[in-house]
Design a protein around this ligand. Structure first.
Ligand code: FAD
Length: 165
């Protein structure tokens, strides 16, 4: 069994009919493939849970990743092993909070927005760390190279290559 939770952002604005169409196709495919889960839409964000046999979820996740209707897929959880299904009865249960004006859905909307915002911050931090790490490595390499050239020059007693009198 594999279970994935993720958040993603709408690529463009999607109508309730677009979301309904995704759900309809999902229900049919997932029932065929032994996948269950839920799909929540709110504002410009999706939150989805998919679970099922490893190969079926692997294949679905590949399709979801290249789907042009959304972008910036942020994985919140990816588990494998002997898992109990969390949504055993739903091939794909849709929850469209955009259609729900009820005050009770507000906390969910806020949590979804906050999770996506935190994930974006984390992603920026990781990319900053990565850039800093490369800079450190390159500087260390440059220092090493500099030291090597100086040693060679000292040993030969000659001018460094390219130096003029
Ligand atoms: P085809 O139907 O052959 O389509 C070919 C390509 O066109 C695919 O890349 C497809 O993503 C894209 N495409 C299809 N219809 C449209 C359209 N109306 N507008 C723009 N592009 C389109 N599918 C599932 O089976 N199960 C799920 O649980 C599931 N969840 C999804 C959740 C989200 C947030 C999104 C955005 C999509 C989800 N899908 C799901 C749809 C999935 O991405 C595939 O489109 C679908 O599985 C059909 O795949 P296919 O390879 O047969 O594509």
């Amino acid at each position: 069994m594999r279970r994935i939770h993720y958040i993603s952002e709408f690529a463009d604005s999607l109508s309730p009919e677009d979301i309904e169409s995704i759900t309809r196709v999902s229900e049919a495919n997932n029932a065929r493939d032994g996948i269950t889960g839920m799909l929540m839409a709110s504002g410009q964000l999706f939150f989805q849970l998919i679970e099922g046999p490893d190969e079926a979820v692997d294949a679905l996740y590949e399709r979801i990743l290249v789907d042009q209707r959304h972008k910036n897929v942020m994985v919140l959880g990816d588990e494998r092993g002997d898992l109990q299904r969390q949504c055993p009865d739903w091939a794909m249960r849709k929850v469209d909070l955009s259609l729900d004006a009820a005050v009770r859905s507000e906390p969910l909307k806020v949590i979804l927005e906050a999770s996506a915002a935190q994930f974006r911050i984390l992603r920026n931090l990781v990319s900053t760390l990565e850039r800093a790490m490369w800079r450190q490595l390159i500087e260390a390499e440059a220092e090493e190279l500099d030291r090597f050239v100086k040693e060679q020059v000292d040993q030969s007693g000659s001018q460094p290559p390219g130096a003029r009198d």
